[in-house]
Ligand binder design. Sequence first.
Ligand SMILES: Nc1ncnc2c1ncn2[C@@H]1O[C@H](COP(=O)(O)OP(=O)(O)O)[C@@H](O)[C@H]1O
Ligand SMILES: O=C(CO)[C@@H](O)[C@H](O)COP(=O)(O)O
Length: 566
Amino acid sequence: MSDDLYVGFDLSTQQIKVIAINSKLEPILQAYVEFDVDTPEYKTHKGVYTNPELNEVFAPVAMWIKAFDILLGKMQAAGLNFANVRSISGAGQQHGSVFWSAEAERLLASLNPDFPLEPQLSPKAFSHDMSPNWQDHSTADECDYLEQKVGGAEILAHITGSKTHHRFTGPQILRVRHRHPSRYEDTARISLVSSFFASLLLGAIAPLDVSDVCGMNLWDIPNEKFDEEIIQLVAGGGEDEKTELLHKLGKVEPDGGKNLGPINDYYVKRYGFSKDCTITPITGDNPATILALPLRPLDVIVSLGTSTTLLVSTPVYKTSPSYHMFSHPTSKGLYMGMLCYCNGSLAREKVRDEINAVKPSSHASDVWASFNEAALSVPPLGTTARGQKKLGIYFPLPEIVPDCKAGTWRFISDGNGLHEARNEWDIPLADARAILESQNLSMRLRAGPLLSSTGQPRRVYVVGGGSRNPAICQVTGEVLGPSEGVYRLELSNACALGSAYKALWAVQRKVIKEGVYESFEDFLSERWDEKTMINSVDVGYRSGVWEKYGAALAAFNEAEKFAANS
Ligand SMILES: Nc1ncnc2c1ncn2[C@@H]1O[C@H](COP(=O)(O)OP(=O)(O)O)[C@@H](O)[C@H]1O
Ligand SMILES: O=C(CO)[C@@H](O)[C@H](O)COP(=O)(O)O
């Protein structure tokens, strides 16, 4: 029992990562495979391919399988005793879909342990070799069509938790059906990245996850079923086509702690996993992230990965076209509220590189040193002695909120209103603070309805790659102003960690009565030790500063509208 291990994987945009923990929540092993570096033959850039002419972003499914083969090899080389693994769960980048061929079930069920996975599955198990990525913006027509037919953004948001979004799976499936009718026709099953990953482990197509399914624009959250009208619109044709699409999508597993079955024999024979190791549903990376911390009301997670997301856990199903609601990954009656931005770490890296080009870092080992110095050497909003404030918008990729094309805009806000900056801006140095403020002001502008009447959070937890940066943590504290400060989760991969906790809970949760289990929240709170897991990285609320940013919100809103309409 004491040697038992619980594993959480994370198949995200740029990497596949893993954390194994013991039943005391202690991490035993962490490892990762980076697509651009470790699977160079696929020639992806930051894990994806882009076709800017059509606003397409997609990733090769075979690369993920190859990367998983490599990761299992790394775990083995690190000495992980696979025989001790009791349960596996995981997380996948959200919205991406995998199109399985009619051969898939047979190939998955007959994996030969003498060979790696990738050549046994690719290309035959797939009707489409690419997975549309969450950064894709090619489905404007499909989104307009669905929104107009269903009755507008508010109605769609009420039914599915979100208005239509380019990256959501429903519009993406509709586009595949329009552009590649024969591939759609040849598709036997459609998985999300999360259920695709669970399928690899089970050796059979896994059901969709209760939370990740809410990122499709197809699932009726209040009534816990696929919305027949939207399914019909995506399927086209009549009743037969609708039934066929419902069959392709398959079942949704309502219990996030369900034992989906034992790990496939392939892994038992090839790596020495126990036959009793169970597979627990794999969810989306954001739903898994909220499982890494015992969130209380008014707590916020800011996930600083390739995307930036703001996450809250709430008992209130209150929808809006400006944010997303998802069913909670483990707890019926709770929901995850989310804001998501495409322009997260890659936009910050672009400014960082521009700054390094004019002012190389004095610390060779820290590529962020010049950026951080520039960000922290000026006052909030870069305010000048004459009271001029700087507001910038940095979207190297088209953005989700606001719905805006790619571009960079710089504004000056003063007593005379807002105007585009001319020579008042020291480019690129002044961009460092401006991009961090801009990303946080956007979250503050939109997160209000998910929080208290004042919009002030209690705690902000920062997670993901960007949370290692002290300047990012400080500006987040200044702009969002959490009353109890900003804390960083010390284990670098929150979603893999949340997934490992889920695998542990699935096996060890107490039965309260038949079919009713100990909640994930109670289970985690009992075991979680704040002192070892998080560190305070910023004081948060600063009197006068939070108010100053509050007063700039109207001008920032105007700046965003200008960018979106230009
Ligand atoms: N010290 C740092 N300061 C700012 N950003 C960082 C730092 N370290 C890593 N990052 C950013 O973290 C990103 C990767 O974060 P991660 O959470 O692993 O992303 P994902 O899960 O989307 O693959 C990289 O794009 C990198 O820019
Ligand atoms: O699209 C979303 C959420 O709606 C993204 O958050 C993806 O889920 C990708 O996440 P990362 O790779 O940045 O972790």
